[in-house]
Design a protein around this ligand. Structure first.
Ligand SMILES: [Zn+2]
Length: 460
């Protein structure tokens, strides 16, 4: 039995997606996240490759949050023999169930189209949840006699957690390692700020926006309002490709405020995503995890995700009828990077119209239609036909769910940097990770490592 503690990075290396880290010590092997690769990172069958470790040998899986690039391969892991315990916050578990059932549907459809066997089926998804236990924030939980964990609020999406592990070495000495998962863009519209952590020996952190800063929330809100008012005056449609989880609820909350405060006229808004509709009901049920402004709204009696002329179109026939509603109107549909989902039909229909406004509100991975649109491409090949893009494309990044470069540095600056032995920089495109590693080293004097995929790093 290996006496050392170590960490190996099997995903999220040189890419934002595919989060999957192995944290091992004497008598335990734990994974942090088991996510799907997306965009170019997922090309070439990486999601269906056998796991580079024996899933049956893994004791625990700790899930930072319910985005697919952090949970998407869990049912595959279970099918491949994993039979340990899965841990997350209660909210992450509830959301993950909806997300994985939705992903199963996509997996089944795409494998049918390709004429191959699906990677997993509903039995594997259901089994994942029989193994799943929940842990609240900010309490010490003993996992084994040499390993304990405390969950901190990452402020990224509802239920998102950082895992601060304390492990006891053979000498009796204790060390700590923090896995941040994705770090929230505080102050967020809906959530409390990311918790600071004072002390850790090792940190494994996100660097999606390691090389860029966001415009602030108020600039973004103004841009959003201006784009809506312009579209209304042009009598055009507004398309918002939205991530169903958190981004959609943020957009609904901001629309609710703009309309109720009469800053924009009331126009039809379609929430055209069955998954987003279901997820919004989870958001409506939970009130204690919001920031104080949102809690005040809720206590004041406002239904924060509901306003006049908002229509949820869960059924396909309802979705198809959206085109019959005259402009101006807003259509919110998934997926957020235009890789699948109903947004593709709307884009095919509305992008050739110069009166249309397309609003991009989040990270667009290389190789996706969203990224091409962001970069100003004028011709898009959809499944059915090629269309010319004449729509106005507006990029708003202040609603991003991720900390920008300055805030990532600020997060690390709150540690006792003398005590930090190493900061591993992951979950970013190479130039982002490199830039952040350099900044942390130059400004704070901390030792940073951009790990190689599959290489094991000792935590002694
Ligand atoms: Zn995330």
């Amino acid at each position: 039995m290996n006496k050392d503690f170590s960490v190996t990075f099997y995903g999220g290396v040189g890419t934002v997606t595919g989060s999957n880290f192995l944290f091992a010590g004497p008598e335990f092997r734990a994974l942090v996240d088991c996510g799907m690769f997306q965009g170019d990172a997922g090309v070439g069958g990486r999601n269906s490759d056998p796991f580079p470790y024996d899933p049956a040998s893994i004791d625990f899986l700790f899930v930072t949050h319910a985005h697919i690039d952090h949970i998407g391969r869990i049912p595959h892991l279970v099918k491949a023999g994993f039979n340990g315990k899965i841990y997350s916050t209660p909210e992450t578990k509830s959301i993950a169930e909806l997300m994985l059932l939705d992903a199963l549907h996509i997996e089944e459809m795409s494998s049918r189209e390709k004429g191959i066997l699906a990677l997993y089926d509903e039995v594997d998804v259901r089994k994942s949840f029989t193994l799943w236990q929940t842990l609240p924030y900010r309490m010490d939980h003993e996992i084994t006699n040499i390993l304990s964990v405390n969950l901190k609020d990452a402020g990224h999406i509802l239920g998102s957690a950082m895992y601060l592990f304390t492990y006891t070495q053979e000498t009796g000495g204790k060390q700590t390692i923090l896995f941040t998962g994705d770090l929230g863009n505080s102050p967020s519209v809906l959530l409390p700020d990311t918790e600071y952590v004072d002390e850790a020996d090792y940190v494994v952190m996100d660097s999606v926006y390691g090389d860029r800063n966001h415009e602030d929330r108020y600039t973004s809100l103004n841009k959003f309002k201006t784009a809506l008012l312009e579209a209304i005056s042009r009598q055009g449609a507004v398309l918002i490709p939205a991530f169903s989880l958190e981004r959609t609820q943020t957009i609904l909350y901001e629309l609710n405020n703009l309309i109720e405060n009469k800053e924009i006229p009331s126009i039809p808004v379609f929430l055209d995503s069955p998954l987003a509709i279901k997820l919004t009901t989870i958001y409506e049920r939970i009130s204690s995890l919001y920031n104080s402004d949102v809690q005040k709204d809720i206590k004041g009696g406002d239904k924060i995700f509901e306003f006049p002329r908002l229509k949820e179109t869960a059924r396909v026939e309802e979705s198809k009828r959206i085109t019959n509603t005259p402009n101006p109107k807003v259509i919110i549909a998934g997926s957020g990077m235009s890789t699948a989902g109903r947004i593709l039909h709307h884009e095919e229909h509305y992008l050739p119209d110069p009166k249309t406004t397309l609003i991009l509100m989040g990270y667009q991975a290389p190789g996706t239609i969203g990224r091409n649109l962001e970069e100003g491409i004028k011709k898009i090949n959809f499944k059915e036909k090629e269309v010319i893009v004449r729509a106005k494309v507006v990029k708003i990044d202040g609603f991003s769910g991720h900390k920008d470069s300055d805030n990532l540095v600020d997060f690390v600056a709150h540690f006792d940097t003398q005590k930090l032995k190493k900061v591993f920089i992951l979950l970013g495109e190479p130039k982002s990770s490199l830039f952040l590693a350099q900044r942390l080293h130059d400004y704070l004097g901390v030792k940073t490592v951009i790990p190689e995929g599959g290489k094991t790093y000792s935590l002694d």
